[in-house]
Design a protein around this ligand. Structure first.
Ligand code: MEV
Length: 326
């Protein structure tokens, strides 16, 4: 038997634009996905017969990455993330599955987080019809504050590069760790609209918009510039500046059509007690995020406005193998 955990993520700035090579900054959050795999007589997922076609991330890790041909497995998934909500639940699922399978097939062998991030990215790309940046999977695997960009980012510690053939051409990204001071007086409060929104559909929608109206590329480039400004504020520990960059990023995301009335209403509700607030992830539903010094107050405001709040430390650890329970 093997157990592993991978965290979800919150994109502070740069979602959607990162698919086109602009920078994005994301942090891992406290909540995530835990997977337990054990050898069994038949293939079981969550107590039900496992149907690979209904679980593309898990079957991609099993078949294409590990080329697993051992005895059937019983797979249990515990998720602390809202799903299809912009918190990287599928990336955390892929990473936790990859880590658990690594431990099952190579017990005690060190988990290579870069290989894990690559595995997760491959599973995401497979499920998102070839359009997926490595943001969610790298942040979930490595943990902390991660910068993903088409170019090397000055002032960040380069970790690895990722490449993908997409329907819009070949893409490469540089993945780095942001160098930031200790941040312990500011929290992230995520607010789930209750509307699930598949990332692949939202990413395809932006791609269609840019084809129909190439002028909209200005918004993508503006998100890139805002992300650079936000990253600078973050590295100086200037959290008011980080909040301002989040607000500015949200306006641009709205201009590319990925916000919705439910996100707007949660953002408005949180604004009064936030340094900044925006949608996070793919949009179209899913979650918003507030950066705040008053996490309980913001969580209340989100709840009153009809959302489901989740408070997280500013950033937390990455994917890990969990010790066996006795
Ligand atoms: C989804 O969490 C982030 C997007 O930028 C898609 C991606 O980076 O693959 C919308």
């Amino acid at each position: 038997m093997a157990r592993a955990f991978a965290p979800g993520k919150c994109i502070l700035f740069g979602e959607h634009a990162v698919v086109y090579g602009q920078p994005a900054v994301a942090v891992s959050i406290n909540a995530g996905v835990e997977i337990c795999v054990k050898r069994s007589d038949s293939w079981v997922l969550e107590g039900m017969p496992f149907e690979p076609s209904r679980h593309p991330h898990i079957s991609h890790i099993l078949d294409d990455i590990f080329q697993y041909s051992g005895v059937p497995l019983e797979i249990d998934v515990k998720s602390g993330l809202f799903s299809a909500a912009g918190l990287g639940s599928s990336a955390a699922l892929s990473n936790a599955m990859g880590a658990a399978l690594h431990e099952l097939t190579n017990p005690g062998e060190k988990l290579d987080l870069i290989s894990l991030a690559r595995m997760g990215h491959s599973a995401e790309a497979n499920a998102q019809k070839g359009r997926a940046s490595p943001t969610d999977t790298a942040t979930s695997a490595l943990g902390g504050c991660i910068v993903v960009s088409g170019n090397r980012v000055k002032g960040a510690e380069h970790v690895f590069d990722a490449k993908l053939e997409t329907p819009d051409g070949s893409r490469t990204w540089s993945i780095s760790r942001a160098v930031i001071p200790e941040i312990d007086d500011v929290w992230l409060v995520l607010g789930f609209t209750g509307i699930g929104s598949p990332t692949g559909k939202m990413v395809a929608g932006v791609s269609k918009l840019l084809k129909e109206d190439p002028q909209k590329m200005v918004e993508i480039e503006a998100i890139g510039a805002i992300t650079n400004a936000g990253l600078k504020a973050l590295s100086e520990g200037h959290m008011e500046g980080v909040g301002e960059a989040m607000d500015a990023c949200h306006e641009r995301l709205r201009n590319i059509g990925v916000s919705c009335p439910e996100l707007e209403s949660l953002i408005t509700a949180a604004k009064g007690h936030s340094l900044g607030a925006k949608l996070t992830g793919a949009g179209g539903g899913g979650c918003m995020v507030s950066l705040t010094r008053e996490p309980k107050r913001v969580a209340e405001c989100i709840e009153i406005a009809g959302g489901r709040p989740l408070i997280s430390k500013f950033s937390s650890g990455g994917a890990r193998i969990l010790k066996q329970e006795n």
